[in-house]
Design a protein around this ligand. Structure first.
Ligand code: FAD
Ligand code: ZN
Length: 474
């Protein structure tokens, strides 16, 4: 540990590694990386370092280790659980990967590409598209989030139903471990059974086991045809039934199936009034089919939906006729988080349930919440195809909302206890970060927690790699 007079010397050594212009110490420049996207967490830090290579990341990690300085890896800072925000102690170093943003190689034959951790997700999608391939991870923050952050949170998004999560899309990784060593696993092999696979520990570790510097990722053929529909359904149970029928009819051609509650849509319409309104209905589904262009997908989708209109499974529906219409339909879905943010802070739950139990969750949670908080309102939407709901609660006026936030723990207990009873997960996508740390210990078994802690202690015995995230700092 450095003494009170030593931070300057420490920062001088960091500046020598990354170059003075890539070491941020000015409070005004530092401020944006000390607060999370939702404005729920604000920390302090000695500085933010912006390395330009894996070798520089290694040198920084070694300096931090020698000085006893905590490290907070940060990508696009779009995470929703405070994972990339330092604590308030002011003795941590934020390590931003944004300068490491090269697409190192694209291999069309292997359907793979190698990218550095600081590449924005949208940049990778475009690089793939330029060679007629698809990189299928897709989420509303794709313009700003980085692949390192996507890997560290095992991000999901709107096409998991067809292509899987970030974990499923990753062939290999390169990372700097908490001891400063480079772990090189940038293989593009599809099969490799040679002992423990550190890749799968680093994915979803939220920066607590090392800093990801590059990744080898899977590519897919770029679909030639995409058909996007907005459908009205009577209830979540009707949406689940429709999902099951649609999967049976379309199998891998069904690439997205999103559920949207009436209040979600109302908020988007309030804050994004330029978006054309969809057909009115009690609940909404946004679904997308993708194909190679030879299977007359549009015709098949039209026939299927006509039959569902006839048998009453859907009350109304439109298929986008142009790309602009498709984008508008997706904008109605993808602006839900942004619209909620404009309404003030809500208590967010990003939960996974067996798909068959999503409707039961919604039916049971409402009376439990309103019994304790009579005017509570909830927004429920998400990736129904994956059994993943974003279930966010708030009060309409700001004074009542402040009172609700003060009782967040009680709200969370109600929601998460029910999720646990229904054999679900308290985090489908966003991770644990600081936000759900205490709930992790409530629902994991002692054996699960002990194994996780043993891994953390083995790889990061000094506890300097993103401390206080997932677990308490030690
Ligand atoms: P950050 O926020 O910078 O960091 C997130 C975590 O990863 C932190 O713990 C950080 O320490 C760690 N980290 C970052 N980079 C590295 C690295 N190189 N090595 C090691 N650790 C690192 N998420 C979904 O899964 N699905 C969605 O559909 C989705 N939709 C979203 C919509 C909106 C509008 C917003 C704002 C967020 C959404 N998110 C979603 C959450 C967020 O975008 C994802 O979690 C994303 O993967 C975070 O990437 P990031 O680069 O911003 O990471
Ligand atoms: Zn999501």
């Amino acid at each position: 540990m450095y003494s009170a007079s030593e931070p300057t010397a420490f920062l001088t050594r960091l500046a020598a590694i990354v170059g003075a212009s890539h070491l941020i110490t000015d409070p005004a420049d530092l401020a944006p990386c000390l607060t999370d996207w939702r404005g729920r967490y604000t920390g302090r830090a000695l500085a933010a370092a912006r390395p330009g290579s894996a070798a520089e990341v290694q040198a920084i990690v070694r300096e931090c280790l020698a000085a006893g300085v905590a490290m907070v890896p940060q990508g696009g800072n779009t995470g929703l659980v405070g994972g990339a925000t330092p604590d308030v102690g002011g003795r941590a170093l934020v390590i931003q990967l944004a300068r490491m943003n090269r697409v190192r190689s694209i291999d069309r034959v292997n359907h793979a590409l190698v990218v550095e951790a600081g590449c924005a997700l949208a940049q990778i999608q475009s690089a793939a598209e330029a060679v007629g391939r698809l990189f299928p991870l897709s989420l509303a923050a794709e313009g700003s989030c980085q692949i390192g952050g996507n890997l560290a949170t095992n991000a999901g998004g709107v096409q998991v139903l067809r292509y899987g999560t970030m974990r499923d899309l990753t062939l290999g990784l390169e990372a700097v471990l908490p001891n400063g060593e480079l772990w090189s696993g940038l293989t593009a092999l599809r099969k490799n059974n040679t002992g423990y696979d550190l890749r799968h520990l680093l994915i979803g570790a939220e920066g607590t086991l090392g800093i990801i510097t590059a990744a080898a990722l899977k590519l897919f053929p770029l679909p030639a045809e995409t058909v996007t529909g907005w459908l009205g359904v009577a209830s979540p149970a009707a949406a689940i039934d429709l999902l099951s029928k649609t999967r049976m009819g379309f199998d891998a051609q069904l690439t997205a199936f999103e559920l949207i509650c009436p209040l979600s849509l109302q908020l988007v319409r309030r804050h994004f009034p330029h978006l054309p309104p969809p057909p009115s209905a009690p609940w909404h589904v946004l679904c997308e089919f993708s194909g190679s262009g030879e299977d007359n997908l549009r015709h098949k989708a039209e026939n299927f939906l006509t039959a569902r209109l006839r048998d009453g499974a859907i009350s109304d529906g439109i298929l986008a006729q142009t790309n602009a219409q498709r984008k508008n339909l997706w904008a109605l879905r993808e602006n839900i988080s942004e619209a909620q943010k404009k309404e003030g802070i809500s208590i967010k739950h990003d939960i996974a349930l067996p798909t068959s139990r999503v409707a039961e969750f919604l039916e049971r949670v409402e009376p439990l919440l309103t019994a304790r908080f009579p005017d509570i309102r909830h927004v429920a939407f998400g990736h129904l195809g994956d059994g993943n709901l974003h279930f966010n609660v708030s009060m309409q006026n700001s004074a009542a909302n402040a009172r609700l936030l003060a009782r967040e723990h009680e709200v969370n207990e109600i929601v998460y206890d029910l999720v646990h009873t229904l054999e679900g997960s308290i985090s489908a996508e966003h991770g644990i970060g600081q936000l759900k740390r205490e709930f992790l210990t409530r629902y994991k078994t002692p054996a699960q927690l002990a194994a996780m802690r043993a891994i953390k202690h083995a790889l990061d015995p000094a506890g300097l790699m993103n401390p206080g995230k997932i677990f308490e700092a030690f």
